[in-house]
Design a protein around this ligand. Structure first.
Ligand code: AMP
Ligand code: FES
Ligand code: ZN
Length: 312
């Protein structure tokens, strides 16, 4: 198998693009896909400051790497969730990568440790406040991503969601006809109201497999294990189904998700995170000032509850 572009020996085949690439041309392909995502979805410019949420996994570390190599001003945020060995290992991977990019690009890592603020790791906290672990985790991550982006005056916050993540989420939303979520599923969600950072997903044109290959070829040391809490989750089931379809018909995920984005664009030329109804009822949380539809935001409610139940 030879590289479609330069005809030297290929290291990876990409059936959905009917192509194969050597390492150099594959890196060029990946960078080009990210550059196209940034441009076509008006994500950010070279002068803007980007905060990348990094988990220690391949996608987010690859995203940080790619943005820096493309010449963007990108720092990162890691949220230590306090999930035993999984968090220890992912924290170590993030720190190691951050040290390297601090030296080469002057990039900075911000850190938030759940245990420090909540008094317990995510698993224990969820148990004590009687909420599912993953939704507790989601509330905390969303809150901290936004808080750090706003407080540290970043123009935009970027996550490592890839094509597989977005296609699986779309499948879940369609299967349950969650139309309200469908409207908020774009790769670029504007800031919409003061206090909410703009959020982007520059990897939405790249698959999980392509990003794993990118990380390996570029010696990015990442945590291979998924979060232990995700085992058996619906998202993983949807990914499995989509992978089966992809094997039979390469390009299925891309057609599904990109097709959805095309339709959304035709429906509403400027995608918004908020419906007009949401916007009308948003106001600052009386405890932390982040925008919320209630008097106190769900994060502050959770922390208040944690204070009453977590042993000090
Ligand atoms: P996941 O929901 O685990 O698939 O993660 C999706 C994206 O959220 C990742 O690509 C990261 O950008 C971000 N992310 C997930 N976990 C963390 C974390 N603990 N700290 C910072 N960012 C994270
Ligand atoms: Fe949040 Fe696993 S529970 S990443
Ligand atoms: Zn609050």
């Amino acid at each position: 198998m030879n590289c479609t572009k330069c005809k030297t020996k290929a290291v990876i085949g990409l059936p959905r693009h009917n192509a194969a690439f050597c390492k150099g041309c594959f890196n060029g392909f990946v960078h080009d896909q990210v550059a196209r995502a940034i441009k076509s979805e008006w994500m950010f410019g070279k002068e803007e400051r980007i905060l990348v949420a990094v988990s220690g996994g391949k996608d987010s570390l690859a995203l940080w790497d790619i943005l820096l190599k493309l010449g963007y001003r990108a720092d990162a945020l890691y949220v230590n969730l306090g999930i035993g060995a999984y968090s220890e290992q992912s924290h170590a991977k993030v720190t190691k990568f951050a040290e390297a990019v601090a030296a080469t690009h002057g990039a900075k890592l911000h850190l938030h440790t759940v245990e420090q603020e909540a008094g317990a790791g995510i698993k224990e906290l969820a148990m004590l406040i009687h909420r599912p672990t993953c939704s507790t985790c989601g509330t905390i991550k969303r809150y901290q991503f936004n808080r750090v982006a706003i407080e540290q005056e970043y123009d935009v916050m970027a996550t490592g969601h890839n094509l597989d993540d977005e296609a699986a989420r779309l499948l879940g939303n369609v299967l349950h006809w969650q139309e309200e979520y469908l409207d908020k599923q774009g790769p670029s969600l504007p800031a919409s109201v003061a206090g909410f950072a703009k959020k982007v997903k520059p990897l939405y044109r790249l698959s999980e497999r392509e990003l794993a290959a990118y990380a390996v070829l570029n010696r990015i040391d990442y945590i291979v294990e998924e979060c232990p809490m995700a085992k058996g989750s619906k998202t993983l089931q949807y990914k499995e189904v989509l992978n089966r379809l992809e094997t039979e018909s390469p390009g299925t995920k891309q057609t599904f998700y990109w097709g959805f984005l095309d339709k959304q664009k035709k429906k509403q030329p400027t995608a918004t995170t908020m419906t007009e109804k949401d916007r009308a009822v948003l106001h600052p949380c009386t405890s932390c000032s982040q925008p919320t539809t209630a008097e106190v935001c769900s994060y502050c409610k959770m922390m208040a509850r944690a204070k009453t139940v977590v042993p000090q």
